[in-house]
Design a protein. Structure first.
Length: 87
């Protein structure tokens, strides 16, 4: 059974791809649409006109962390599964 964190990562990746489409990245406009759909009211109540720009920058850092964790988990599971298959 997936952990809460694994489920959260799956949801974030699914949501990212839903709004990024086939190009594999979010444009500023994609992020704005994502924010409007997934966080209704957030942008309406935002007083900072650069909020989307700041969120975009933070997301770059966040997704770098997520990507690193995903790669590390993948590497672990590949090694683990190879050991399991040998038994």
């Amino acid at each position: 059974m997936p952990s809460q964190m694994e489920h959260a990562m799956e949801t974030m990746m699914f949501t990212f791809h839903k709004f990024a489409g086939d190009k594999g990245y979010l444009t500023k406009e994609d992020l704005r649409v994502l924010m409007e759909k997934e966080f209704p009211g957030f942008l309406e109540n935002q007083k900072d006109p650069l909020a989307v720009d700041k969120i975009m920058k933070d997301l770059d850092h966040f997704f770098s962390l997520i990507a690193g964790l995903t790669i590390a988990c993948n590497d672990y599971f590949v090694v683990h599964m190879k050991q399991k298959w040998k038994k």
